[in-house]
Ligand binder design. Structure first.
Ligand code: UGA
Length: 434
């Protein structure tokens, strides 16, 4: 099928590549022609494991190209995906400027039946507004072209995007007409996954509800971690025991310094905003956001309790990205931790396998080390903030020989506490009351 994907950011680029891998003829559109050209030459503007290789393969196979000329691409395609950004506006709502602009462009352009599929994360009711805008544009030019608006949210995790796109747990498709459902069924015919057919509004809500629920699991376990520390229990064991109940599940019960990234904080805020404007209050979700906002402060409190005044102390921070396997530092807890340490006069030396270039631009007054051992040289405390495998698997015995004080604050409970203690370290995990 001929498919056009508008917006070639993280979601759009991944969608373009994976639709091409499913055998479709895909054209990715970006308003910035330089970005389109770069992608067309097989270069991804971000890091995602395995994606660049598949991008090149698809371009070479002639199934994928990129352009800055959206109108031509839209006219040629039966299915048009919108995958543009929906950043947070100052009031927490999703800023839909780019979504409306794409809708106008589609209305101005289509000449034949088109399925307009929204992949961007958008508040409930957006699909209907898109439909109105397309209709207005069509009427404006006196055209009577049939079209349908569909909601098909993405559930990709950064770092695992290919796996999630090609082997998803489920495909959610919100579509009102039989004609649109048939087109979408053909589009995903080769994806082996359960498909849930819903209304457009249901599909829009499923996306926010899923992210909000995952964020709730994390904040629940993080809040419980605080109590575990006071009551002599170990949150890792508690979470393991809880997760063995199939109704609860093990996933997303890993206590730590809080969730970050471009999705959870933004989507939780957007859902809270959606509730407010609809006259509801999601008190539970407000607390989820509050626990997350205070989690780095709680972690640093422990650092202060052990080290005392941080002024002049040499602190190594390991892991800066919002999670391992990505170069993304958006809403990364490490940014708040670095800012607080600097504010209190600590001398900070940091290392991350992928995120240093981006963090350096935001926080220039930290010393960035070429590797983790160099970062720990003469340190009086080590803070593990993001659990990169490379960091977890360091030779911690060797590192112990380099630090001034062998104190480690494992912000992700990723290190083996017994082994660390045996190697001489004073080990502080998250929610480990023993
Ligand atoms: C998340 C969702 O998992 C995807 O399903 C969704 O499609 C995506 O947002 C999106 O809306 O686009 P992502 O932001 O890539 O994906 O990251 P996750 O792997 O979900 O992790 C989010 C944050 O939660 C990270 O900071 C991670 O460290 C933290 N986390 C995760 C925990 O603190 N504990 C856990 O047990 C799990």
């Amino acid at each position: 099928m001929k498919v056009c994907v508008i917006g070639t950011g993280y979601v759009g680029a991944t969608t373009s590549v994976t639709l091409a891998a499913l055998g479709h003829d895909v054209v990715g559109v970006d308003a910035d022609p330089r970005k389109a050209e770069l992608l067309g030459r097989g270069t991804l503007p971000f890091f995602e494991s395995g994606l660049e290789d598949l991008l090149r393969e698809m371009i070479a196979a002639g199934r994928l190209r990129f352009t800055g000329n959206g109108s031509q691409a839209i006219r040629d395609c039966e299915v048009v995906f919108t995958a543009v950004g929906t950043p947070s506006a100052p009031d927490g709502s999703a800023d839909l400027t780019a979504v409306w602009e794409v809708a106008r462009q589609i209305g101005r352009t289509i000449t034949d039946y088109t399925v307009v599929v929204n992949k961007s994360t958008v508040p409930v009711g957006t699909g209907e507004r898109v439909e109105e805008i397309v209709l207005q544009e069509l009427q404006g030019r006196g055209a009577d072209v049939p079209f349908d608006v569909v909601s098909n949210p993405e559930f990709l995790r950064e770092g695992k995007a290919l796996e999630d796109a090609l082997h998803p747990d489920r495909v959610v498709i919100g579509a009102a007409s039989q004609r649109a459902r048939e087109v979408m069924a053909r589009l995903y015919a080769d994806v082996v996954a359960p498909v849930l057919w819903t209304t457009v509004r249901d599909a829009e809500m499923i996306k926010y509800a899923s992210n909000a629920f995952l964020a709730t699991k994390i904040s629940f376990v993080n809040e419980l971690a605080r109590l575990c520390e006071r009551t002599g229990a170990d949150i890792a064991q508690v979470a393991r025991g809880m997760g063995m109940d199939g109704r609860i599940g093990q996933a997303f019960l890993q206590a730590g310094v809080g969730y970050g990234g471009s999705c959870f904080p933004k989507d939780v805020d957007a859902l809270l905003h959606l509730a407010r404007v609809n006259g509801e209050r999601l008190g539970l979700l407000e607390s989820v956001a509050e626990v997350n906002r205070t989690q780095t402060g709680w972690y640093l409190e422990k650092v202060r309790r052990v080290l005392g005044d941080l002024a002049g102390k040499r602190v190594a921070v390991l892991g800066l990205t919002f999670k391992p396997g990505t170069d993304d530092i958006r809403e990364a807890p490490a940014l708040r931790i670095l800012a607080a340490l600097l504010d209190e006069g600590a001398q900070v030396c940091a290392y991350d396998p992928q995120g240093m270039a981006a963090v350096r631009k935001l926080v220039p007054s930290v010393v960035y080390a070429s590797d983790a051992y160099a970062a720990m040289e003469r340190a009086e405390a080590v803070l593990l903030v993001t659990e990169w495998q490379e960091l977890v698997e360091l030779d911690w015995q060797r590192a112990f020989g380099q630090v001034k004080e062998g104190i480690v604050f494992d912000g992700r409970n990723a290190l083996d506490a017994d082994k660390m203690t045996a190697a001489g370290w004073r080990y502080y995990g998250v929610g480990k009351g023993r």
